[in-house]
Write a protein that binds this ligand. Structure first.
Ligand SMILES: *[C@@H]1O[C@H](CO)[C@@H](O)[C@H](O)[C@H]1NC(C)=O
Ligand SMILES: *[C@@H]1O[C@H](CO)[C@@H](O)[C@H](O)[C@H]1NC(C)=O
Length: 367
């Protein structure tokens, strides 16, 4: 993880390593007994000061905490979209590589939890209310949402309450993308055979959405098969990947265009399915922060829908194959389970700013 790599290279701690190195010259030269005593006393004083400073450094510097961590209790006030919540056995987070992290939905733990998480949807819909009167002093509260600002009404109700944000935004306190590429061990599976052009799965179809406008412009020039509830051709969960994998392209069109808002439409529906994503969302530079620049087609690279369609239909086999070059060394890792997202709070916990408060959560989220 980037943060822990940084802490290993922390120049302040590195400096300490040098200071304490036995090859350094002695601090004092020895003379008579009085001087020796005085020197010893000063040495002890210096050692004490150094120890105190070291302790302070370790506690205050982000990432500079090699001391053993106690088990953290993260209270999830309401499990996102789900009641009753899933079982949360004690090894829930260790299975995601996070140690000493206890997720719980037991509200009796409010008084003692190390952090409490509130998911926006249930707050907004009035399914839950914030237990403001019972909030222990200084307890960090986390606002969690994986939806874009366009689909998150009522954020402005929460001013000066939350300390940390868990979201897909890279500048979140707890950043949880919908997926990522990680190193592949062993050879990539062969690319699925392709006998169709472009697929799109859409359930929420509104004329004012940019993706719908673009689809309307593309459709006369490109063979697009539309699946999903919007077209009364729903795909079952296990049917999606085998269906999409027969297509050369998948329209990874986000429902709204916002900073860092890149969802499973890229990660699962296109990359994991083995189709080339044609993306509509944040700018190309954002996508390039997540995947190689030649792994996707960005609609902004074209002057018109017609040009985009001509580029896709005219692409020869060798150009097409190049979009999959990343598969030789990388594979898709989907991050879809809320348990994994919440365990990330523990991983980040030692580095999170304790005294921060989102006075203007809405302003931050819209920016
Ligand atoms: C919730 O936590 C309290 C306090 O630790 C405990 O007494 C109670 O049994 C727990 N409830 C459940 C359902 O686990
Ligand atoms: C495929 O298309 C690319 C880009 O237009 C072109 O440079 C390349 O020569 C073509 N390859 C073949 C085998 O036609």
């Amino acid at each position: 993880m980037a943060v822990s790599v940084w802490s290993l290279g922390n120049p302040e701690l590195g400096g300490w390593g040098l200071w304490l190195s036995p090859r350094r010259q002695p601090l004092f030269a020895w003379h008579g007994p009085t001087q020796r005593l005085r020197a010893l006393v000063s040495l002890a004083g210096v050692a004490l000061l150094m120890a105190l400073w070291l302790l302070w450094l370790l506690q205050s510097s982000p990432g500079g905490a090699p001391m053993p961590q106690p088990t953290l209790t993260i209270l999830i006030w309401h499990w996102p979209f789900t009641y009753p919540p899933p079982e949360l056995p004690s090894n829930t987070c260790t299975s995601y590589g996070v140690a000493r992290c206890h997720l719980s939905t037991n509200r009796s733990l409010l008084a003692t939890a190390d952090a409490v998480v509130f998911h926006h949807r249930e707050l907004r819909d009035g399914w839950i209310r914030l237990p403001l009167a019972e909030r222990p002093r200084g307890q960090p509260w986390v606002w969690a949402s994986m939806e874009s600002p366009s689909n998150s009404h009522g954020v402005s109700d929460f001013r000066g309450i939350f300390n940390w944000v868990l979201s897909y935004r890279r500048d979140s306190d707890i950043f949880v993308p919908y997926g990522r590429l990680e190193p592949r061990e062993g050879p990539a599976p062969p690319l699925p055979p392709k006998d169709r052009v472009a697929a799109w799965v859409v359930s929420n179809f509104r004329e004012r959405q940019r993706r719908v406008q673009l689809y309307r412009q593309l459709a006369p020039h490109l063979q697009v098969d539309v699946f999903g509830r919007a077209n009364r051709r729903p795909l079952c969960a296990s049917c999606l990947l085998p269906t999409v994998s027969r297509y050369r392209f998948y329209l990874s069109f986000e429902n709204s265009q916002h900073r860092d808002y890149i969802t499973e439409k890229l990660w699962r529906n296109a990359l994991a399915a083995g189709a080339v994503p044609v993306v509509l969302g944040p700018p190309r530079a954002t996508y390039e922060a997540f995947v190689p620049p030649d792994a996707f087609v960005h609609v902004d690279d074209f002057g018109s829908a017609r040009e985009l369609a001509a580029f896709l239909t005219g692409m020869n086999e060798s150009s097409y194959r190049r979009y999959f070059a990343w598969r030789d060394r990388l594979r898709v890792r989907l991050v879809e389970d809320w348990r994994e997202r919440f365990c990330a709070i523990c991983a980040r916990y030692p580095h999170l700013p304790r005294s921060q408060v989102y006075q203007d959560l809405q302003g931050w989220f819209q920016s």
